[in-house]
Design a protein around this ligand. Structure first.
Ligand code: SAM
Length: 333
């Protein structure tokens, strides 16, 4: 166990330890809460970070104390040669953990590679257990592939977290069946408040399904559902139904109740650093790299913006130049 590892803290005393890295802005689904039906205008490839650039950025951030990288997108497996990149990422000194968020459509055939790379946790997005509702939400008929991927990931021994965005009029009838999956499977089912990152802006004047209402809904079916202790830096409130193998998380993504312990930053596919999901980008890392900046100078740029981090998602949103409207696929959820 290495001692004296560096650890950078932000201006509110929070360690920066975890980067969500979007490896692409492209996606093979068209989830209505994430993108308009026709999709978004994808960026030209040369505007996206190359794998070499991502490796360099990660290595510089590891030197400041980033330990964990979550690969996201867009859909990560849409980008060519992703496993090759992951092998190299895993070899970076200081990176202890690589996790992946995926929609599961293309993921199954890469499961042996993910094992070898040492990936332990996979977040699989699945908003409905009903093929027709899945199709209406994602605008693609890919439920069978995602379902098969879920069971294969569990068989292969991954720690699986199922992400379900809770949407009025779309998948409320799925909440109880999704929660029931935790009976026989050691899966963590996470219900997420819908956010206005859909490429259009807010769908509703107010949020219908707050984390409190999601919990009340679960309590009608599972009155003895129990609160668990939340791990440090967790974004979810954890619950368990007595006797069930898995657990349930409720993520107040829109209510933003977890900012006080936030240790995360985001790197978008085009190389913009976000120190909060709700900010509109604080550093154009891609342009700095392409203008020939040294690693030492890049590290100083990171240190500088980490000292200006908003205290929470509300402050970050207030500091924006424009209203929240961009698609999550450009941010890396
Ligand atoms: N394609 C991958 C996937 O589907 O998991 C990774 C990228 S996706 C943008 C990451 C996560 O963001 C998914 O779990 C998705 O449900 C969530 N997400 C996207 N738009 C959202 C929104 N408007 N509100 C809440 N969660 C959202």
């Amino acid at each position: 166990m290495p001692i004296d590892r560096p650890q950078i803290y932000d201006n509110h005393g929070r360690p920066i330890q975890y980067m969500r890295l979007a490896v692409t802005d492209r996606c093979n689904l068209r989830c209505f809460y994430c993108m308009p039906e026709e999709g978004i205008a994808y960026l030209p490839k040369k505007q996206l970070l190359t794998y070499e650039e991502m490796l360099r950025i990660t290595s510089v951030l590891a030197g400041l104390g980033v330990r964990k990288v979550r690969i996201t997108g867009g859909e990560p497996f849409v980008r060519h040669q992703l496993p090759n990149f992951l092998y190299q990422l895993a070899a970076i000194e200081g990176i202890d953990e690589i996790a992946i968020t995926t929609n599961g459509v293309l993921t199954q055939k890469y499961i042996p590679d993910l094992k070898k790379i040492g990936v332990k946790t996979i977040n699989l997005s699945l908003d409905s257990l009903d093929r027709q509702r899945f199709y209406e939400i994602t605008r693609r008929d890919e439920f069978p592939k995602v379902e098969a991927c879920l069971y294969e990931l569990l068989d292969a021994g991954f720690e699986v977290k199922l992400n379900a965005v809770v949407m009025e009029g779309r998948n409320i009838e799925d909440l109880i069946p999704l929660a029931r999956l935790t009976d026989k499977y050691p899966v963590s089912v996470r219900f997420i408040e819908e956010m206005p990152f859909n490429g259009e802006g807010s769908h509703y004047p107010t949020l219908h399904w707050t984390y409190r209402r999601i919990l009340e809904h679960l309590q009608t079916e599972f009155p003895d559902i129990q609160k668990q202790i939340d791990p440090l830096n967790s974004t979810a409130y954890h619950y368990q139904i007595p006797g069930f193998l898995g657990n349930i998380g409720i993520i107040a993504a829109f209510s933003r109740t977890f900012c006080g312990t936030c240790n995360r930053i985001r790197m978008t596919a085009q190389g913009t650093l976000k120190t909060c999901l709700y900010d509109d980008g604080v550093l154009n890392v891609r342009d700095l790299i392409r203008s020939g900046i040294s690693d030492e100078a890049l590290q100083q740029e990171f240190i500088h913006v980490f000292q200006k981090r908003p205290k929470d998602g509300y402050e970050a949103e207030n500091n924006r130049q424009s209203l929240v409207h961009e698609s999550m696929t450009t941010i890396g959820g």
